[in-house]
Write a protein that binds this ligand. Structure first.
Ligand code: AKG
Ligand code: FE2
Length: 292
């Protein structure tokens, strides 16, 4: 590994590097390298930059760095985390606003053949309504529903201002177009979401913002299916040590890229000691959670 000053780096190949260094300004990887005129850039043996992130991922947020929870070369899985994406004030404002504006539904799921109603609540914002120049509502919320998980939930299209602003900010930061937001409300540590993978298209990055109480978020490799089994029900084989746990705090941002949903499952397990509410917003692709 050679070390070069940033001046050497520019002199070596001015055109190419100038453009790349701009992209690196806000980048971070396992070993974040922030570059300005005084700092050094680390090169590998071939004189190439060691870390290179896509330009679309690197706008703004100079003081807020991503860390990788997962970054797999072979599968392409990337799960990134930014601790203080929202300030305490922004988080509180959004939390209060969503608590007031969301129309909550309790999801149902089937456990051993029985329908069970979850204590966790969900709300769903679909494609935002369009407003004309005088800011009057053109398309009204007509009380329709949308299918989320296996449930029909109230489809809300009149996005509260702070949620719309957050959507725009994430679109700029991540380079995706988000047209839906799913809100999960965990009133205390008894509320949970079990192991699952999201249904988003393979190239799509889901952005997840957490508010309120800290909760553990877990990831595990997609359970291998027992192909020898004579019946067709799939039995997962999972080693306990393969579970990654990350506490998601008030105001943090987690980004799961498309490959994550193919190779990993995630969950928010029960946590007895948690006595207050957490909201989680996932910004998603409207094509997956259609508007019925
Ligand atoms: O609450 C969370 O952090 C995760 C929510 C989730 O996985 C989902 O809604 O699909
Ligand atoms: Fe999920």
């Amino acid at each position: 590994m050679k070390r070069k000053s940033i001046t050497d780096f520019f002199n070596a190949s001015p055109k190419k590097i100038k453009q790349e260094s701009r992209e690196l300004l806000t980048s971070s990887a396992e070993n974040p390298i922030l570059i300005n005129d005084e700092e050094e850039i680390i090169l590998n043996e071939n004189n190439e930059q060691k870390f290179e992130l896509k330009k679309k991922n690197l706008h703004h947020h100079r003081n807020q760095e991503f860390t990788f929870i997962l970054n797999e070369k072979d599968t392409g899985v990337q799960v990134r985390y930014m601790e203080r994406f929202l300030s305490q004030r922004e988080s509180k404002e959004l939390f209060d606003c969503l608590m007031e504006k969301c129309e909550w539904t309790s999801p149902k799921y089937n456990m051993y053949g029985k329908d069970v109603v979850s204590k966790r609540k969900v709300a769903f914002f679909g494609k935002p309504i369009t407003r004309n120049e005088t800011d009057s509502v053109v398309d009204t919320n007509d009380g329709s529903v949308s299918r989320v998980y296996n449930d029909m939930v109230k489809l809300q299209r009149d996005w509260p201002e702070p949620l719309l602003n957050l959507k725009k900010r994430l679109e700029e930061l991540i380079g995706e177009k988000y047209e839906a937001a799913l809100i999960n409300r965990y009133d205390d540590g008894d509320d949970l979401i079990g192991w699952h993978a999201d249904r988003e298209a393979s190239g799509f990055s889901i952005a997840s913002v957490s508010l309120g109480a800290s909760r553990d978020f877990q990831l595990r490799p997609m359970p291998k299916q027992n192909t020898n089994s004579s019946n067709t029900t799939q039995s997962p084989i999972q080693k306990k040590g393969e579970i990654i746990t990350k506490s998601l705090e008030n105001g943090c941002l987690l980004i799961m890229n498309g490959a994550t949903q193919k190779h990993y499952q995630h969950c928010v397990p029960k946590r007895k000691g948690v006595l207050s509410a957490r909201l989680n917003i996932t910004f998603r692709d409207i094509n997956v959670y259609g508007q019925n």
